[in-house]
Design a protein around this ligand. Structure first.
Ligand SMILES: CC(C)(COP(=O)(O)OP(=O)(O)OC[C@H]1O[C@@H](n2cnc3c(N)ncnc32)[C@H](O)[C@@H]1OP(=O)(O)O)[C@@H](O)C(=O)NCCC(=O)NCCS
Length: 218
């Protein structure tokens, strides 16, 4: 069990210090998460272990991705993480928001062009993704604090742009623990129910459900 007396929430900054932290501390955390809980993520350990440093850093350098971490102060170990991705282009939450955001950043995505063609929208859409707490640090409120931090950040963006916020996530229907967690944070499962999604990284299909944030900002 970790002692959680000395940790704090940080946003990994897109600068040199953030890049170093990302490679030295976030990357091992992420790889351990993919190895420990392969069934809950769209990506795989086999895929990400082969990422170059540039691949890793493209996430931190993507202005559409903000990664919040709970860090143990004495050794900088990452205990829990959550990413906020957006603004997203399409009304339907993406199964692979990291990929969509990196395609948008690189300007090669047709979703983005669609978005541009449809002019100013009345709302901004964000997604929560990459949610994980180390097994020894679970049920101590870390993921919830991180989710609340990400939610506040998304509301701040929507307020700044005078738009309504649509905040969503996608979770496998088999992941009951995560669904309970998201419900405890104020997300409600979409009335449209489950959808089947093909995952090219796993060469398999799985049922997933969208959840939407339903509370007003604090
Ligand atoms: C889901 C997960 C991120 C929760 O992290 P955590 O830091 O343990 O969550 P918190 O301690 O902040 O939990 C807050 C609340 O969520 C709910 N919750 C959390 N884990 C739960 C579980 N396993 N079963 C049921 N409810 C749960 C509870 O209401 C909890 O409050 P409580 O502990 O006072 O009862 C963690 O279990 C995890 O990393 N799972 C594997 C990765 C994963 O599934 N990620 C989501 C991919 S979409």
């Amino acid at each position: 069990m970790f002692s959680l007396t000395e940790w704090r929430i940080e946003l990994i900054p897109p600068d040199e210090e953030g890049s170093r932290f990302y490679l030295d501390y976030y990357k091992p955390f992420r790889l351990a998460a993919l190895e420990q809980d392969p069934d809950v993520f769209g990506s795989t350990h086999d895929r990400e272990i082969n990422f170059s440093n540039d691949d890793w850093l493209s996430r931190i350098n993507n202005p559409l991705v903000k990664t919040f971490v709970a860090v143990r102060l004495h050794d900088r170990k990452v205990l829990s993480a959550t990413s906020l991705i957006g603004p997203m282009p399409n009304p339907d939450p993406a199964s692979n928001p990291f990929q969509v955001s990196s395609e948008m950043k690189n300007g090669s995505d047709h979703h983005h062009q669609n978005h541009q063609n449809h002019g100013e929208a009345s709302s901004v859409r964000f997604q929560i993704s990459g949610v994980y707490t180390l097994p020894d640090a679970r049920r101590q409120g870390l993921a919830k604090i991180l989710a609340e931090t990400a939610i506040q950040e998304a509301f701040a963006y929507s307020k700044q742009h005078s738009k309504r916020l649509e905040l969503s996530l996608v979770v496998y229907t088999s992941n009951g623990d995560a669904i309970s967690f998201y419900e405890s944070c104020g997300f409600v499962a979409s009335a449209e129910g489950a959808r089947k999604s093909f995952n090219p990284h796993k060469n398999a299909s799985a049922d997933e459900i969208c959840m939407h944030y339903q509370k007003s900002p604090e």
